[in-house]
Design a protein around this ligand. Structure first.
Ligand code: IMP
Ligand code: MG
Length: 421
């Protein structure tokens, strides 16, 4: 049984969770390896909607074990609340959730720093989710951050938190710090049964032949190093983050599946070469319910960008593609795919690295005819209208990778696999 990574290959919200859920029915493990509660992973089963922020989406299958790797930063208060809400909905966690002891902790201070730095940046703001993710990762890099296992050591925790407040020159009453520590220790009482070292767990499972799915959060163009810097998240989101964030090397993966929307979206600020804001964008936002699962912000909409897709396919050594939300494009007369960028008089086949160049590039498009038919009931390529098939073929041809999975609706069963021998 394989180890598979399912990665969002644009700016997140590619409906990765739906693909993980689809592949996950026989998975032994579903593993998160980066990010935190900035993620919003939505799954719809029989009309019931579940949104996950930190818990891996595999938790919906009663036999699947879920791992939160050391590469995440977790907000213990939000995580406890998320687990309790899922428990109230009938989901069981005992012996099924494993959280690495080394996982970073997001403190209320980090949220405060996130929001105040966005305020200070004014028009240059990143448009973060406000969940404290950036400051929490920055503190880990600066070696002043707190990790889950620290919550088990009272005196050590107190010292580290005092030092952290000093580091940030943040004044806080001793009584406030004592109260924070008390609350963190309450969280620890709840979380400690899930805490362990997850690297070995995954290695052992792999040796035993388990099926392991690594569930990416955000997307490759939000990768801290390779995305549209500085308009990125603060973790690495590409395939190499699997090893860093779990202790299970990305070299041990059997398959890397790249998830793309049939069009493109982005939440927050930053470059988006194929962005549109016309009637077509409105229609896509409405049909695709393109509002952030974490913050509710309307998502920005654009055409499929094959230049960026080719770039992220290389970054991630993508083997196969999953194309999601194809149904959303029904009723659009003309569909465009970006196949090159123009920068001054040059044609670029790779994205630029400087934000000023991102502002100047002009996308070069190929036009395709759209289709009117509703796709929600399609369960094979054959049952798609001819123009939808041509659209998918164009993506395969431009990216030189086969499409394995197509999603045509929110429901678990509105998905099909393309078997190519
Ligand atoms: P942060 O991760 O909250 O620091 O936000 C940095 C950027 O990443 C912002 O543009 C966010 O909108 C974006 N972002 C973070 N998480 C997600 C996600 O799960 N989906 C889409 N965009 C995200
Ligand atoms: Mg999302």
């Amino acid at each position: 049984m394989p180890a598979i990574a399912v990665l969002g290959c644009m700016w997140g919200d590619e409906a990765k969770a739906k693909i993980v859920d689809y592949l996950g029915s026989d998975a032994d493990y579903v593993v998160r390896f980066q990010g935190g509660s900035n993620a919003g992973h939505t799954i719809v089963v029989k009309g019931k909607k579940y949104v996950f922020h930190t818990v891996p989406s595999g938790i919906l299958y009663p036999h699947t074990k879920c791992v939160i790797g050391s590469g995440l930063v977790i907000d213990p208060f939000a995580l406890v609340a998320e687990i309790m809400a899922l428990e109230a909905a009938g989901i069981t966690f005992n012996h099924r959730l494993f959280i690495d002891e080394r996982t970073g902790i997001v403190l209320p201070l980090h949220k405060h720093l996130d929001l105040s730095s966005e305020k200070q940046l004014k028009s240059a703001k990143i448009g973060t989710t406000g969940r404290g993710i950036g400051p929490a990762y920055a503190d880990l890099t600066a070696r002043v951050g707190i990790r889950l296992i620290d919550l088990a050591h009272h005196r050590y925790l107190k010292r580290r938190i005092q030092e952290l407040y000093l580091y940030h020159k943040h004044q806080e009453e001793a009584s406030e710090i004592a109260e924070l520590i008390r609350q963190l220790e309450e969280c620890w009482k709840f979380l400690r049964k899930y805490s362990c070292q997850t690297g070995n767990l995954l290695h052992e499972a792999n040796i035993q032949g388990a099926k392991i799915i690594f569930e990416g959060a955000q997307g490759s163009m939000l990768d801290r190093s390779w995305g549209t810097y500085p308009y990125v998240t603060s973790s690495n989101t590409i395939v190499d983050a699997v090893g860093i964030g779990t202790g299970f090397s990305a070299r041990c993966l059997d398959e890397v599946l790249g998830v793309f929307k049939a069009y493109a979206t982005r939440v927050g600020e930053g470059p988006f070469p194929t962005e549109i804001s016309d009637d077509i964008a409105q229609k896509i936002r409405k049909q695709g319910n393109e509002f952030g699962a974490t913050t509710g912000r309307p998502r920005r909409i654009g055409y499929f960008d094959a230049v960026l897709a080719a770039h992220t396919i290389k970054l991630n050594t993508i083997d196969k593609l999953a194309i999601t939300l194809l149904d959303v494009l029904s009723g659009i007369e003309e569909l465009k795919i970006c196949m090159g960028y123009k920068l001054k008089n040059r044609v670029l086949t790779e994205p630029p690295s400087h934000p000023l160049d991102w502002e100047k590039i002009e996308p070069m498009y190929v036009s395709l005819e759209g289709w009117d038919q509703n796709l929600n009931k399609a369960r094979s390529v054959k049952s798609l209208p001819q123009n939808a098939r041509i659209y998918l073929e164009a993506i395969e041809d431009l990216l030189e990778k086969p499409i394995k999975i197509v999603s045509v609706g929110k429901e678990r069963n509105q998905t099909f696999v393309i078997n190519k021998g």
